[in-house]
Design a protein around this ligand. Structure first.
Ligand code: CDP
Length: 228
């Protein structure tokens, strides 16, 4: 039987979203990127002038926030629409300000439990490829197929730099992005609640030097083996 839930975790900009979206399309599954929810909560805190260091206020805001992920309404390179209390924030959640503040927000246990509960509900419906940092360990520990996607920090930063450039955003240099990627990895791996790590039963794939198509092919082979 083909695994009905696929968990993909890994560090910043490791290609998780691209690989997961391609896989989901091939399998006819829902693709759900949990990073969007942490980014939306961070965007809302910045937008409303809530201090990122104010754990209680950020948690309260997150608990009250309505985050929706819907099929893309505009053909501008987006994978989906992200709505925060009805406002389209699809590109706003990719800003350097959100990049700089999202990992500190994702440390807060109250923020995590509010978002994890929603993610688990979506995941338990099955036929889903879910992407994040703690999907295989916390959100869907029963997932029959778990992948931990890694690559060198330099390659990950280069991929993200190219994405940002392709969007026409000239505000960040490669070095800015490399620094942000390394800083987020350190915070995400070092936190006490649901740190970034491979689940004991995850398959670790290092995509350094591999194309998207090559990584997707490797995951498909794993699925075929599990389904046999
Ligand atoms: O796409 P990229 O790898 O840059 O990041 P993302 O997946 O959009 O996640 C943004 C941030 O959200 C991460 O750096 C984590 O701090 C947090 N996150 C998390 O803590 N747990 C998740 N399941 C997903 C994201």
């Amino acid at each position: 039987m083909q695994p009905s839930t696929i968990a993909i975790d890994g560090p910043a900009a490791s290609g998780k979203s691209t690989i997961a979206a391609a896989l989901a399309t091939k399998l006819g599954y829902l693709y759900f990127d949990t990073g969007v929810m942490y980014r939306a909560a961070t965007w809302a805190a910045l937008d409303r002038g809530v201090a990122i260091s104010d754990e209680a206020a950020v948690t309260q805001l997150t608990e009250a926030l309505q985050i929706d992920v819907k099929p893309p309404s505009i053909n501008d390179g987006r994978q989906y629409d992200v709505l925060c209390d009805g406002v389209d924030v699809t590109w706003e959640i990719r800003s350097p300000e959100v990049d700089a503040n999202v990992s500190p927000v994702a440390v807060y246990p109250g923020v995590r439990s509010a978002l994890t509960a929603q993610q688990r509900r979506i995941g338990l419906r099955g036929n889903v490829v879910m992407v994040g940092r703690d999907i295989g360990t916390v959100v869907l520990p029963e997932a029959p197929l778990k992948i931990y996607l890694d690559a060198s920090a330099e390659e990950r930063a280069l991929r993200r730099y190219r994405e940002v450039q392709a969007r026409g955003d000239q505000s960040q240099t490669y070095e800015d992005i490399l620094e942000n990627v390394k800083r987020r990895d350190a915070i995400d791996s070092g936190r006490t609640t649901a740190p970034l790590k491979a689940a004991a039963d995850a398959i670790i794939l290092n995509s350094t030097g591999l194309s998207i198509a090559e990584v997707v092919a490797q995951v498909e082979e794993l699925i075929a083996r599990r389904s046999a």
